[in-house]
Design a protein around this ligand. Structure first.
Ligand SMILES: Cc1ncc(COP(=O)(O)O)c(C=O)c1O
Length: 383
């Protein structure tokens, strides 16, 4: 039986640049073997920091000093370090979107932080509701240590926050002097539409903290991400790492691979990913238009699918899995793990023919998990 694996967010193995990467590894070993004998320090490989500073500066239109960057063990390490550094003692509250990356939820809960989720709409975190929540928390003397936000190709919902709302977000956080942590893990996995600058680019305050990754434009197995912060904020966060630095060998190979710029490979990979997104959309349109609403992300690796309330989520999971179809349940991305009527489809690594075959399998499983044949009674992704 074929396996339709839409569960985990992975890059497309077909566009991994095997030859170019192999040659980069040879050059890195020839040129940098002497440095492999030393510990890399908490900032890491200068060549990769310089390449990532350029990447951010070019995309975001902001000056980035490689000395403001620390290379981490995937962006996940940066996510965790920020939690450890900015929530101390009784101040263990973090604000996120109501739906956010499941790994972040697990990491923050794992280090004892309390997550408060702010509802989203099609433009990302509802900043009006954030302002209300901060007022309430301020009255209780319980302001958060920071706000963690996925403003671009939000995981899992695929939303992008427009410029005006980003400016409001920055202003609301500044009102209470709260650091804003923007995790741009999917930066450069872009298909269409305008690119809005990051909060880090819009505001030069040390309260702007930015996280990037190589996992989504290259491969998660390289385990390389980075933290960007200014002045004492940078030092405060990096002081929490005790791992003697990240993998210098991997960083040297990736820096070599990107020596002539990162955009060529991104273009090749994004072109294929965009086709996959369109195939998922076309399949959903053909088979689930009466039943569901879904996001059409301008970038990233996920579609967020809203189901009718009469869908039995357990029955759906079992029924789909029996037919070889796997997805991530919405509850995994809810800050309180609430059993919400959503699922996330990760399409980046699924071969095109399995996308085309798989979506009808999902549609049948949804139909079988419902108690009625009624058409959906909602037209939007969020209420
Ligand atoms: C929003 C977000 N942040 C961080 C990560 C962690 O990525 P990595 O540690 O591979 O860079 C992911 C992975 O899916 C993610 O979706």
């Amino acid at each position: 039986m074929p396996v339709y694996d839409f569960a985990v967010g992975q890059t497309n193995p077909d566009t991994f640049p095997v030859e170019a990467f192999k040659n980069a590894a040879i050059r890195a070993i020839e040129n940098e073997n002497e440095a492999f004998n030393r510990y890399p320090g908490s900032k890491g490989h200068l060549g990769l920091r310089t390449a990532m500073a350029e990447r951010e500066a070019l995309r975001e239109g902001v000056a980035v000093d490689p000395e403001q960057i620390a290379i981490t063990n995937g962006s996940m390490q940066a996510v965790t370090l920020v939690g450890q550094a900015l929530c101390k003692g009784p101040n263990n509250v973090v604000i996120t979107e109501e739906f956010t990356y499941s790994g972040t939820i697990a990491a923050y809960k794992g280090i004892g932080l309390e997550l408060i989720g702010i509802p989203l709409d099609e433009d990302g975190m509802r900043v009006d509701l954030l302002a209300e929540k901060l007022k309430e928390l301020d009255n209780q003397n319980r302001l958060p240590g920071f706000i963690y936000t996925l403003t671009t190709y939000q995981n899992p919902t695929g939303t992008c926050m427009p410029l005006a709302r980003k400016r409001e977000l920055i202003a609301v956080a500044a009102r209470y002097n709260i650091p804003l942590v923007e995790d741009n893990c999917y930066g450069d996995v872009h298909f269409d539409g305008d690119k809005v600058p990051s909060c880090f680019a819009l505001d030069d305050s040390p309260n702007q903290i930015y996280i990037g990754s190589l996992s989504k434009i290259l491969a998660p197995g390289v385990r390389l991400g980075y933290l960007l912060a200014r002045g004492e904020m940078f030092d405060k966060i990096v002081a929490h790492r005790f791992d003697a630095g990240s993998n210098y060998f991997a960083a040297a190979v990736v820096a070599e691979f990107y020596k002539n710029g990162i955009w060529d490979h991104c273009e090749v990979a994004n072109h294929v990913l965009k086709q996959k997104r369109d195939l998922v959309c076309a399949g959903l349109e053909e088979h689930l238009a009466d039943t569901c609403v879904w996001s059409r992300p301008a970038g990233g690796l996920f579609m967020w699918l809203r189901l009718p309330l009469d869908t039995d989520m357990q029955k759906l999971t079992t029924g789909a899995n029996e037919q070889g179809f796997y997805f991530a349940p919405g509850a995994a991305f809810h800050v309180d793990y609430a059993p919400v009527p959503y699922i996330r489809l990760a399409f980046g690594h699924v071969p095109d023919d399995l996308i085309q075959e798989g979506i009808p399998v999902l549609a049948r499983a949804i139909q079988n998990a419902r108690t009625s044949n009624e058409p959906k009674n909602f037209s939007r992704l969020f209420d």
